[in-house]
Design a binder for this molecule. Structure first.
Ligand code: SF4
Length: 664
């Protein structure tokens, strides 16, 4: 972007592939009916909310006792689909005694940290209360009798996975499904013998739609019972609410997303199964480490992706591209001490395997058999169209983001006859450590989460398959999304979101793995051990013996205090920007009543043609956006939005530009 001060001209980089999306109809483009049945917001509920001392002393959750629940750590008993993505049961969530108008959760192992967490949550709730008091309730133009109309209420029925079947098609016009987020007011548990509940055990969330002030309830059953949700959390629900405002999230239907404003990458969710602490550290620390294997992966990706964009990629083309890739990355090569010659030969050696893949799967190929697991069996797959490469996708609805190696359309032929076109992600793995159960599980998890991202990106409910290509073994696997896997992954995503948020409020992280074999090669070993020591850990609790001592014994109390002090200040600063991010990502109903929170006051400058910048590593398409002058009558509505978003675009900033109407 570029800010010349006066004219506020902003330049954006857009992939030309996006243009193709506007003009073509994708296969299976299913469009969800976004019905607005929830039209009756309640001013009464809002008044009740105001008059209560933030209501939270009404929390009634009781301590969870697994033996009473009769549910093992793996989830509900009698579950048919056993998924590898099982989330261990969360920490017990309980209320010991009501505090004064406060949250009374007691369940963490560390009382002090829990206290800080509660305090932070209370502060957050105070802010929410202030916001509700100050904001005017949105009144719909067609509203009668003082009732507030919910523009696009909890319309999670638009979800591609609200039903257990992922393949729901519709011919309705394409429209981004909307969603609402709710504030959790209260969490309680229902067990056997509780007459107020038809299913048990169930975790019942009392929710407030902050837009309309109406209360809803969500019953978390089966494996969802083990979700960690506490009062003060934000959640979004993908599922249908009954007329009484109730939704049940269980093994068969619906999803609940905790802290949807935290967009977590699919890779991070997948790797957190092994060490949640590492994923939290990944989120907080930028690693400056130059790793040869990571760089090799990047270079191989670039060569492979260049071939994907060619109609008939030849050996000469790939070899030439490998040379260019090498030249463009010389600095990184020297930074990690890799030899140019050996890196070049690794790239050249990989080319025959890549050519073999193109021959087997690209348009006009013989259509190769791919194993999609025991339920789907083997299918022949031919990639008929490359939609995009390195596509960045955000899905605030699922609290996920990611960069997809390649987005493709494939023609799938099942063995029983019949063929159909499918949009699917193609993930490319170059490392040698691509075998083994853990890696395989993480890679499938990534592909499954990418199908969700793509279903949001392309508004296509039918994306439930993906391809995973291992360069090292020259093997391509098919991944078919199963709901049981999806539940495990989304529950892990929710746990991770809570852990990331907890770390930013109380600087406390998930426990150390205590596994020398895993920790020795971990990129965060030094930071992880320092944090452990600074927050009261010792050699025994680290599980690393002398390795731990060697890394942290030099630290004094002054060092500890310094780190704690500055770490907290950084978190406070980060939270301020997080509030802005949340405003952008979550649906904005206040003030303008608009569904969109994107900076719509920027418009494309149509007077000038876009230019192409070929000076850098890759070709960039530069478009000019200018700030639109507000009409006097519109200014009253739009200015507060513009101010609240406070966009200060500068040269060098990275931006994401949505091509979807009303969504970022
Ligand atoms: S050093 Fe060990 S415990 Fe720490 S983040 Fe790495 S793997 Fe996890």
């Amino acid at each position: 972007s570029q800010d010349d001060g006066g004219g506020e001209v902003v330049t954006w980089k857009i992939s030309p592939v996006n243009d193709r999306l506007r003009t073509r109809q994708l296969p299976g483009m299913a469009l969800h009916p976004c019905s607005n049945t929830e039209k009756h917001s309640s001013l009464e509920a809002m008044k009740k909310w105001h008059s209560s001392p933030l209501g939270l002393s009404r929390c009634t959750a009781s301590a969870r006792n697994l033996s009473v629940c009769g549910i093992g750590p793996g989830g509900g008993d009698g579950m048919e689909d056993q998924s590898p993505f099982r989330t261990p049961p969360s920490l017990p969530y309980s209320f010991t005694e009501p505090l004064n108008a406060g949250i009374t959760c007691d369940g963490g192992p560390d009382q002090l940290e829990a206290g800080q967490h509660k305090k932070a949550l209370l502060d957050l709730l105070d802010q929410v209360e202030d916001a509700i008091t100050e904001e005017e309730l949105p009144v719909d133009a067609g509203n009668k009798g003082g009732q507030v109309t919910v523009g696009d209420s909890t319309d999670s029925r638009c979800s591609p996975i609200a039903n257990s079947s992922l393949n729901v098609e519709s011919n309705k016009p394409r429209e981004a499904p909307s969603f609402d987020s709710f504030l959790v007011l209260e969490v309680s548990e229902k067990h056997k013998g509780d007459s107020s509940c038809d299913r048990y055990p169930a975790k019942v969330l009392r929710l407030l739609n902050e837009h309309c002030g109406k209360e809803y309830s969500v019953h978390l059953c089966d494996e969802w019972f083990h979700s960690t949700v506490v009062p003060g959390d934000t959640v979004s629900v993908i599922g249908e609410f009954s007329d009484q405002g109730k939704c049940t999230v269980d093994h068969d239907s619906n999803l609940v997303i905790v802290h949807p404003e935290l967009l977590i990458s699919g890779t991070r969710v997948a790797s957190s199964f092994h060490c949640p602490r590492r994923s939290v550290l990944d989120e907080r620390l930028k690693s400056n480490e130059y790793s040869t294997s990571a760089l090799m992966g990047t270079l191989l990706h670039q060569v492979f992706q260049a071939g994907l964009l060619e109609d008939v990629p030849s050996r000469q083309f790939l070899e030439q591209h490998a040379k260019e890739v090498l030249l463009n990355n010389l600095e990184s090569l020297y930074a990690c001490g890799a030899s140019e010659r050996s890196t070049h030969s690794i790239l050249i050696e990989a080319i025959p395997k890549m050519l073999n893949w193109y021959k087997s799967f690209m348009k006009g190929s013989k259509s190769t058999n791919v194993d999609f697991g025991h339920t789907e069996g083997r299918k022949t797959v031919e990639v008929t169209e490359m939609m995009d490469i390195e596509e960045m996708a955000w899905a605030p609805r699922y609290g996920l983001k990611g960069i997809i190696d390649a987005s493709v359309i494939s023609r799938v032929n099942s063995c029983g006859g019949g063929s159909y076109d499918k949009v699917m992600p193609l993930e490319f793995k170059t490392g040698k450590s691509t075998s083994g159960q853990q890696s395989a599980m993480e890679h499938s998890a990534q592909v499954i989460l990418y199908t969700l991202l793509m279903s949001e990106r392309y508004l296509n409910t039918d994306i439930d398959m993906g391809l995973l290509y291992y360069l090292h073994t020259d093997q391509t696997l098919g991944i078919k999304v199963k709901r049981s896997d999806l539940i495990g992954l989304m529950m892990r995503r929710n746990e991770l979101a809570s852990e990331i948020l907890k770390a930013s409020f109380s600087q406390s992280f998930p426990a150390m793995l205590q596994s020398p074999s895993s920790c020795t090669g971990c990129r965060h070993l030094t930071s992880c051990t320092i944090y452990h020591k600074v927050h009261g850990g010792n050699t025994a609790t680290s599980g690393l013996g002398d390795l731990f001592d060697n890394l942290v014994n030099h630290l004094s109390v002054a060092h500890h205090n310094f780190l704690k002090h500055w770490d907290r200040l950084i978190d406070l600063e980060a939270r301020t920007s997080q509030v802005k991010k949340k405003e952008i990502l979550l649906p904005l109903h206040y003030n303008s009543g608009s569904k969109s929170s994107a900076p719509s006051f920027y418009v494309l400058d149509m007077k000038n043609e876009h230019s192409v910048d070929s000076s850098g590593k890759s070709k960039r398409y530069i478009y000019n956006f200018v700030r639109e002058k507000m009409q006097p009558e519109a200014a009253g509505h739009s200015e507060p939005q513009a101010e609240s978003l406070d966009f200060n675009l500068k040269s060098g900033d990275c931006v994401v530009l949505s091509t979807q109407s009303g969504r970022i």
